[in-house]
Design a protein around this ligand. Structure first.
Ligand code: ATP
Ligand code: MG
Length: 219
C-alpha cells in the first residue's frame, strides 16, 4: 500500500495569515500530502513574551483559518505539552501518531537558514523529509550554503510549477520548492492591528473577526 504523506508545519502563528495558508496549499498539492498539520508553538503567557498572544488564542485562530481546507489539520501537540518544544521532540510525537507515514517538515527559507541553532538538528534532518519554501526577502538558493554546504547533496530544487517526481524521494531528503510566496508576515499584522489599521487582505475573515473580538495585539 502507498504510504500516507503528512506535512508538519510549525510556527508561532501569532497570528496565522494568508501567506501561511497559500504556502501550505501549494506544498500540499505539489507533494501530494494527505494531511498538513499546523502546529502552533507553546510560548508561555508571560510578561517576558509580551506581544505573543496566549497559546489558546493562537490555536483558535489556526482552527478558524484551516476550517475550509479539508486536508489541513490544526494540532495542539505543542500547546498541550505546556512547555516550549524542540522540533526533534515534536517530530518524535508526530512519528508516533503516524508510524507508517512519510513525514515532511515544511518551513520557509528564513527558518531553514537558522537550522544550525536547533537542538539536535542532525537528527531532525535524518528523521524526516524537508520542504523549504520561498519567502520574500530571502533567497531559496542560499539553502545550499547551510551548515557549510554539508547537506547540499541531499537537496533537490523542485522545478517551478511541477509536482514532485516520487523517484526523488529515494535520492533526496530536502526539497527546495520555489513558490510565489505572499509578502505577509505576522509582525506586520501585529503592527497594523496596534495602529488600528486594517488587516483584511492579510488574514482570513474569521481570523480578522477573532482578533477584533478578543482585542488581540492592541497593546
Ligand atoms: P513573525 O513575523 O512573527 O516571525 P511569520 O509571518 O514569520 O511571523 P511564523 O509563525 O514565524 O510567521 O512562521 C511559521 C512558518 O511559516 C515559518 O517556517 C515561516 O518561514 C513560514 N512563513 C511565514 N510567512 C510566510 C509567507 N508569507 N510565505 C511563506 N512562508 C511563510
Ligand atoms: Mg517568523
Amino acid at each position: 500500500m502507498k504510504k500516507e504523506r503528512i506535512g508538519l508545519f510549525g510556527g508561532t502563528f501569532n497570528p496565522i495569515h494568508s501567506g501561511h495558508l497559500k504556502a501550505a496549499e501549494i506544498v500540499q498539492k505539489r507533494l501530494f500530502l494527505d494531511e498538513v498539520l499546523f502546529i502552533p508553538s507553546y510560548i508561555p503567557p508571560h510578561k517576558k513574551y509580551r506581544g505573543i498572544a496566549d497559546p489558546h488564542h493562537r490555536l483558535k485562530m489556526v482552527e478558524l483559518a484551516v476550517r475550509s481546507f479539508p486536508r489541513f489539520v490544526p494540532s495542539s501537540l505543542e500547546i498541550d505539552a505546556q512547555e516550549r518544544s524542540y522540533s526533534i521532540i515534536t517530530l518524535g510525537k508526530v512519528k508516533k501518531l503516524y508510524p507508517r507515514s512519510l513525514i515532511f517538515f515544511i518551513l520557509g527559507i528564513d527558518a531553514f537558514l537558522e537550522i544550525d541553532t536547533w537542538k539536535e538538528y542532525e537528527r531532525v534532518l535524518e528523521q524526516c523529509f524537508f520542504v523549504v519554501i520561498s519567502r520574500p526577502g530571502f533567497h531559496l538558493g542560499d539553502a545550499g550554503n547551510v551548515l557549510g554546504g554539508e547537506i547540499e547533496g541531499k537537496m533537490f530544487l523542485v522545478p517551478e510549477a511541477e509536482a514532485l517526481n516520487p523517484d526523488m524521494l529515494d535520492k533526496y531528503r530536502i526539497f527546495l520548492l520555489p513558490i510565489n510566496a505572499l509578502s505577509i508576515a505576522s509582525t506586520e499584522i501585529r503592527k497594523r492591528a496596534l495602529k488600528g489599521e486594517s488587516i483584511k487582505s492579510m488574514v482570513p475573515g474569521e481570523v480578522e473577526a477573532y482578533i477584533k473580538e478578543n482585542k488581540l495585539y492592541q497593546s
